[in-house]
Design a protein around this ligand. Structure first.
Ligand SMILES: N[C@@H](CCC(=O)N[C@@H](CS)C(=O)NCC(=O)O)C(=O)O
Length: 289
């Protein structure tokens, strides 16, 4: 064991504990600066970043557009969470929890705000009548898996990812605890996908879109550089499903939106029009400078 910690009677905050993101973490909520959000030409305004939680929504919007729902045209604005954009007053008005993704729908009689990626996926699925079954049993199954993701991913990101990749030092106790949980979750998914094409059965739904960026990321994109440590190749059904989803063009497009890392031609930092994928990727913007 590392040094033993005896908690004080009352916890107090010590800014900058050395972990990644320590500069933006606070024990308080609410706006820290006055800053309005920009509003583009489309009814749907997304304020986000290309992290797994952000990608869920851009994949859904690109899938809706590919399926012919032209009302799903959207502006995607970049929220730089490392710079604290999520604590601006405009953003906090859309999401009091100060986390991406956050959506405003200006097509409703008064604008509708939606935060939490699961709520956004459900809102869009209901608005467009797509990617969520209407039969009540099939819908219950789909929502069960959607909320499984919401409850499970914090153990993957906030637990495993934090202690394995981001903490200032490696501590065996939390790494063991969260590795066991993440492997259990991968096994849940692997067993489910052993006799189901998609998470909810034969149809591709918002549950796949929610789960793929996290667990697909782990098995096909080396998330947290942990593929070998977690022996992800052994979850063959998850690997099959993750690759199948990645071969979809709307998934590839959704993954590019609000992305600020990786290959320049795969980054479309802001998206305001479908043609932006052809003309405004980071490689093209940089070449034009
Ligand atoms: N449960 C939330 C989680 C959102 C979340 O954790 N977003 C992260 C990025 S992936 C964020 O905005 N972090 C900024 C912060 O914590 O200050 C959802 O699914 O929308």
């Amino acid at each position: 064991m590392n040094d033993v910690y005896t908690p004080p009677k009352v916890w107090t905050w010590e800014p900058g504990n050395g972990g990644a993101f320590a500069n933006i973490n606070r024990p308080t909520a609410g706006a820290q600066t006055e800053k309005e959000l920009p509003i583009g030409k489309h009814p749907l305004q997304l304020y986000s970043l290309g992290t797994p939680n952000g990608v869920k929504v851009t994949v859904m919007l690109e899938e809706l557009l590919a399926a012919g729902h032209s009302g799903a045209e959207y502006d995607a604005w970049l929220i730089k969470i490392g710079d604290g954009d999520q604590f601006g007053s405009g953003f906090v008005a859309v999401n009091p929890n100060s986390k991406i993704p956050a959506l405003m729908d200006h097509s409703t009689p008064t604008p509708t705000r939606v935060f939490e990626s699961g709520a956004i996926l459900m809102y869009l699925a209901e608005k467009f009548g797509a990617f969520l079954p209407t039969d009540s049993s099939a819908r219950a199954e789909c929502l069960s898996w959607l909320f499984w993701q919401m409850g499970s991913a914090p153990y993957l990101g906030g637990g495993f990812g934090h202690f394995y990749a981001y903490a200032p030092e490696k501590f065996q106790y939390p790494i063991d605890r969260f590795t066991m949980e993440v492997k259990r979750q991968l096994d849940v998914l692997d067993q489910r996908l052993s006799d189901n094409k998609f998470v909810c059965g034969d149809d591709y739904t918002i549950a796949d879109m929610a789960i793929w960026p996290w667990y697909g990321g782990l098995v096909i994109f080396e998330q947290y550089d942990a593929a070998e440590f977690l022996y992800v190749a052994s979850y063959t059904n998850v690997v099959r499903w993750a690759n199948e989803l990645h071969s979809r063009e709307p998934v590839k497009r959704g993954r590019m939106v609000n992305r600020v890392r990786g290959e320049a031609h795969e980054q479309l930092r802001e998206r305001h029009d479908a043609s932006d994928f052809e003309t405004k990727t980071q490689d093209k913007l940089e070449a034009a400078e």
